[in-house]
Design a protein around this ligand. Sequence first.
Ligand code: FE2
Length: 276
Amino acid sequence: MGYAELASVSRGFARMRSLKQFLQRQLHFIVIGGFLSILLIACQPLAQSQAPDASPPPETSSETVDQTEAVGTLELPPLPYAFDALEPYIDAETMELHHDRHHAAYVNNYNEAITDYPDLQSQGVEALLRNLDVIPEDVRITIRNNGGGHVNHSMFWQIMSPEGGGEPQGQLAEQINQTFGSFADFQTAFEEAGANQFGSGWVWLVSNNEGNLQITTTLNQDNPIMQGAFPIMGNDVWEHAYYLSYRNRRAEYLDAWWNVVNWEEVGRRYEQAVQG
Ligand SMILES: [Fe+2]
């Protein structure tokens, strides 16, 4: 074999080694690529199953809102009119303090008291007021006073209106006349009961356990639902409701209050009581 032939064979071997190295690199890439593809496919179902928890869709968000309501935390309802809307009968400063400070404090205190009691949270404030015995003793008074304060005041803002005053209409007016003799007699009895309530409390027109209209009073922030009655309307006779304008003249406040009573709302509550 001559030199030229030897050189040709040597170049042939060199090309074969290059080709072998090239194929080995390609095989290496194919194996790694395949492994990564299998890994990605295997992880996909796991990623999909975890996605809803990591980023809830809008439907889940609305369920969360419902759960918030169901767990019994309270929210301060907005006043349905301006602070000065009930003047001159109830002054703006009284309304602002009454709603933004007193009612807000009842809401905050209730929410704080109920924080550590998930079994109470699912029952709602009115259910707890109807059945105070289920509440642990260490938070019973707090829930009674502040839960009652929230329920009472939530009704109170609604049964007053800048367009209030006048007289009840329809079935409620008939029942008031039948029970108390006349609307004027009802007003007199309601004012007397409110004036005679010793200390802080409320005067109410309720539908009692027999389904009859009755004037009652409660101490502090107690609500007639605690005695199984339905509160159709109630006036707040705590001093914080009238003291800035009327000082100690509660009877004057009780008399002026008729000018802001929202009889349409009171009538709606009466229908609710009748329907049970
Ligand atoms: Fe009040």
